[in-house]
Design a protein around this ligand. Sequence first.
Ligand SMILES: *[C@@H]1O[C@H](CO)[C@@H](O)[C@H](O)[C@H]1NC(C)=O
Ligand SMILES: *[C@@H]1O[C@H](CO)[C@@H](O)[C@H](O)[C@H]1NC(C)=O
Ligand SMILES: *[C@@H]1O[C@H](CO)[C@@H](O)[C@H](O)[C@H]1NC(C)=O
Length: 434
Amino acid sequence: MKSLSIRGLLAGARRSRHAVAAKATSVSVPALVALLFFAAAAFSVFFLGSFCSPGAAVTSGDVVAVCDAALGRGEWVRDAGAAPYYTNATCAFIQEYQNCMKHGKPSMEFLRWRWRPGAGGEGCEPLGRFDAARFFRLVRGRSMLFVGDSLASSHVTSLMCVLSRVEAPARSRDADGFEHWRFPAHGFAVAYFWTPFQVRWRLTRGPPAAVGLDRQGEVFTGPSDLHLDEPDERWTSAARNHDYVVVSASHWFARPAVYYQHGRVVGCHDCAACNVTAAALRPEHAQRAAFRTVLRELARLDGFNGTAILRTVAPTHYENGGWFDGGECTATRPLDESDGTVAEMAATEAEFYRAQVEEFAAAARLTRSDGKKRLRLMDVTRMMLLRPDGHPDRYGHGGGEHDGFDIDCLHWCLPGAIDVWNDLLLQILTHTSS
Ligand SMILES: *[C@@H]1O[C@H](CO)[C@@H](O)[C@H](O)[C@H]1NC(C)=O
Ligand SMILES: *[C@@H]1O[C@H](CO)[C@@H](O)[C@H](O)[C@H]1NC(C)=O
Ligand SMILES: *[C@@H]1O[C@H](CO)[C@@H](O)[C@H](O)[C@H]1NC(C)=O
């Protein structure tokens, strides 16, 4: 077994074209180290920001408040007796690429961990098990829209799997591309819309017929035109019919793209792949602009009186290569920082995270004066960074089933580590239902 060291993660960061800007290999090592250092510094600002002195005397009420504030920081603790909420046999919604049980992931050890918030000094308990009955009580008469890429879809699948233990949902797809899940007995509905950037976009070219291995990561789906200042109206117009909107978007921003503002080209990322001449812009700039557009749109949207939840980036864990040239994620345990290992994110992902947290804070200030709308942050970044063991690796897509994705360290096994996102969702609903 390969040990997951900072060096391994660094190597992954340097080589992964999927997770990192396309030209990561041309970044000098000192520059990369500087970026990662910067990312680590940004991390401690975010994660230590809400930290309260562990020495202070606390009442049990304070402990709850402190632990709620520290949800995104913490560690995975082993729970040998933990049983998954569902299995490949009890949930029919699990898709092939995430069905690690069926495809023979060698160890089910990745299912035996629970998230304990806080740095240890706060005395926080591991998150309680998901309680579908309590969830249904909180959402009766309401509806929830998820928008994002395949990871948002995975979150929906995970939620459907845990809720279907109590009520099997009716599933349908409408002509506008929305997937609907209805729970009539509990008066609850979920919708999902695939939009990997959340802003208006268009794929400008499919993958060329013959692409060398060295370029695959850059052109997997061809370049896109992204209108950074225009929300994708296909879902924002639907948002006002929902009480909760869960937004997320990260990894697609690492792809080649031409960026537009006010309908004019303002820059591009991997401009050669896009075949345009314009100012090179880093993907995190585009991501920041897109989140600014979308979060402000939700903050201002007429008739939307609900809660918008931003789920932050879930890091990839490619080691020894990228997603298309043999990179892998063979860890069988979460990262444990207590032995001095420092978990580091690929530089681009760290910058996505920073942009998301900052744009969230700016948009949240806008909603504060509006008693009806609420914005909540679902900060999963650190907990997922610590889970290199939670991806399908070779036990998702069958060989050749999905070009270049035979080894998958981007998506997550179901059941698996991202089931904790529902625990966080329940926590957020509990605190916003009053
Ligand atoms: C579930 O996984 C087991 C192996 O753990 C496999 O034998 C079984 O066929 C799978 N069932 C389904 C429905 O995927
Ligand atoms: C790139 O753009 C030029 C000018 O628009 C065009 O002639 C050429 O065919 C394009 N190349 C590709 C690979 O699309
Ligand atoms: C949202 O609130 C506004 C102002 O109170 C109200 O006019 C509107 O009908 C509400 N929208 C929904 C969907 O409840």
